[in-house]
Design a protein around this ligand. Sequence first.
Ligand code: HEM
Length: 254
Amino acid sequence: MALSGLVLVGFVCGHMLGNLQMFLHSDWINEYAYKLQHLPYGLLWVVRTVMLIAVVAHVITAVMLVLENHRARPEKYVARDTLQASFASRTMRYTGFILFFFIIFHLMHFTIQNVHPEFKDLEVRLEGVSGSHGSLESRTIWGVYDKLSAHGEFPESEALAVHDVYSMVAIGFSPTYWYVSVFYIISMGLLCYHLMHGISSMFQSLGLRNAIWRVRLDRIALVISLVVFVGFASIPVACLTGLIEPITPLVAVH
Ligand code: HEM
């Protein structure tokens, strides 16, 4: 459980940093998304497979843990400390369950895009496109990737337009769909709570949480969880308040 949790926490932190590029020029997230989708050697599917295995392992070990706890102690706790511990682990089940459905919706929203099929038509020309040789002169950090890997270069035919992920997110969280943003912000709150307890118990499983480090590690878990909450929730909030606006309005697609 700790190992699969570690993989998932790593993904969540990386995904949050990637998403925060929404606060930079739209080229940043659009080029980043393009490059992830076009990773060489089928690496995207390697990462997706590792993630899927981590999620399945996390769910299976969680169910096993619940069953084991129940078998070991079928009657209710009396002492206050153990009561608190049992409250934390019970809420982990519920928050985990809700987060599972959040991820399903999220994949339908932004990856498969069947919640808004019109998102598939959002295309934009990266402003960094040089025009010469049909290749991209990147103005973002992703230019480093181009220099390191020949596979990173834009094929001539695709140099002009990439999927406009920036506008997709901005429209998905726009005031018209305020209820979607509210759902995301609540889910991020649950993710924060889940991570707080999850990271603390991960430290314990890894044998790091002794009497001296207990308080410090709990604080580290709290800080990571709050950073993840603020990092993710800031995006729907920025779209709702007009700080982030689509560069391609949805009406222009039809
Ligand atoms: C405000 C919060 C979030 C935003 C704006 C966001 C944005 C996105 C976007 C735009 C994509 C599609 C990328 C593409 O296909 O080009 C995506 C994919 C994904 N997101 Fe998020 N995300 C958020 C929160 C989360 C959270 C909290 C999780 C997990 C707990 C998560 C898990 C995923 C997964 C698993 C994918 C699929 C990656 C793949 O293509 O294999 N996201 N997200």
